[in-house]
Each structure stands twice: as structure tokens, then as C-alpha cells.
Write a protein that binds this ligand. Structure first.
Ligand code: UP5
Ligand code: MG
Length: 190
């Protein structure tokens, strides 16, 4: 368990909603450490770990990797890092992720930053990204959208019912979105 008191913000939203892009901005302005669950999983594939093939197959199918794998990577990254405030990007993606993270780490998020964007816009962005991600093809993108609607939105609903969701209109240009993001984080810094 992580016994040091840390602040965690979950950054959620559909595939291509701009989570990674905006996290980079938040890091620069507000001193958080950015942990993308997807990036950690992709690094795990590259490292040739024993779970690598399983993770690769699940990402290719847009499926959610079992929480013990992802939580271990997130915990390790938090422990290795000296910071006490983290943006956890793209996690938790389903109820199992959420419940296990809370019970294993004892951490509850300060709030959830939610990037709200239409599927049409997200699809356009993903098809234009061109960074060689194995899941940025139309077949996998459709699977990712389905999993997001069925499994990830309920997690956002859960936190919304606890008053923890800060919803951002993510369909605007990058700078506009960041203005809205700043309005959420600025009052917290003094
Ligand atoms: N872009 C960004 N903002 C824009 C804007 N406002 N206007 C115009 N363009 C904008 O952005 C995507 C693209 O859009 C970029 O080209 C960007 O320039 C442009 P990005 O910031 O990368 O969006 P992001 O929301 O981070 O999209 P990403 O594809 O990373 O989201 P996913 O949630 O799909 O991907 P993630 O890496 O989190 O997960 C991938 C897979 O890993 C999952 O499908 C799953 O199989 C697995 N996974 C798990 O199993 N468990 C986990 O906990 C996490 C992941
Ligand atoms: Mg991302």
C-alpha cells in the first residue's frame, strides 16, 4: 500500500477526448505528475514482461486489462516518484478497476476530471493521430467506444453521484479546453 498521503485526480473521458494532451498542460502549470495507465501498459508490453502478450491482445481488442496488472503498475509508478500529487489518466475504466484501486491503495480521488466529447469528434482525432498505436484503426476504435459506453461511463456516473465530477466540454480547440481545465485547478493552488 501507498502510505504517504497523496492527492490523486482521475482524468477520464472517451478514447481521443484529449486526456493525454490536457494532462501535459496540467503538469506544466500545476506541478502534478502524469500517470497514463495506457502508457504504463504499453511500456509493459515493450519491456517484454510475462504479461506483455496478454496486455497487447487486450489493447488490440479494446478490452480492459485485469485491474491487478494496472494497479501494480500505477502503484509502482507512484512509489518511484517523489511527488505527492498525481493525475491518473485513463483509469479506472470499469467498476472492478475502481473498487480494487480503492481497496488496494486506500486512495480515493480528490475529484474526477471528465472530458466530454462526441464520438464523431473522437473518432476523427484518433484516425488522424498517426502515432502508430495498434488500437488506432477503425475496427478497434469502435470496440473502444463500446467498452467506454458500457463499462467506463458507469464509473463516471458513480463519481458524479458523489459530487466528484468536474465536467469539461472537450470538443473545443485545445487552448479553450485548457482554459476550462485551469478554472478547475486554479482555485486549488494557493
Ligand atoms: N487532440 C487532443 N485534444 C484535441 C482538441 N481539443 N481538438 C483537436 N484535437 C485534439 O488526443 C487524441 C488526439 O486528438 C491527438 O492527436 C491530439 O493531438 C488530438 P489525446 O490527448 O491523445 O487523447 P486521449 O484521451 O489521451 O486518447 P487515448 O487514445 O489515449 O485514449 P484511450 O482512453 O483510448 O487510450 P488509453 O491509452 O487510455 O488506453 C488504451 C487501451 O489500453 C484501452 O483501450 C485498454 O485496452 C487499455 N487500458 C486498460 O486496459 N486499462 C487501463 O486502465 C487503461 C488502458
Ligand atoms: Mg491517452
Amino acid at each position: 500500500p501507498t502510505d504517504k498521503k497523496v492527492t490523486v485526480v482521475f482524468v477520464l473521458g472517451g478514447p481521443g477526448s484529449g486526456k493525454g494532451t490536457q494532462c501535459a498542460n496540467i503538469v506544466e502549470h500545476f506541478g502534478y505528475t502524469h500517470l497514463s495507465a495506457g502508457d504504463l501498459l504499453r511500456a509493459e508490453i515493450k519491456s517484454g514482461s510475462e504479461n506483455g502478450t496478454m496486455i497487447q491482445n487486450m489493447i488490440k481488442e479494446g478490452k480492459i486489462v485485469p485491474s491487478e496488472v494496472t494497479i501494480k503498475l500505477l502503484q509502482r509508478a507512484m512509489l518511484e516518484n517523489g511527488n505527492d500529487k498525481f493525475l491518473i489518466d485513463g483509469f479506472p475504466r470499469n467498476e472492478e478497476n475502481r473498487a480494487n484501486f480503492e481497496s488496494v491503495t486506500g486512495i480515493e480521488p480528490e475529484f474526477v476530471l471528465f472530458f466530454d466529447c462526441s464520438e464523431e469528434e473522437m473518432e476523427k482525432r484518433l484516425l488522424n493521430r498517426n502515432q502508430g498505436r495498434e488500437d488506432d484503426n477503425i475496427e478497434t476504435i469502435r470496440k473502444r467506444f463500446k467498452v467506454y459506453m458500457e463499462s467506463s461511463l458507469p464509473v463516471i456516473e458513480y463519481y458524479n453521484s458523489k459530487g466528484k465530477v468536474r465536467k469539461i466540454d472537450a470538443a473545443q480547440p485545445i487552448e479553450k479546453v485548457f482554459e476550462a481545465v485551469k478554472a478547475v485547478f486554479s482555485p486549488l493552488t494557493d
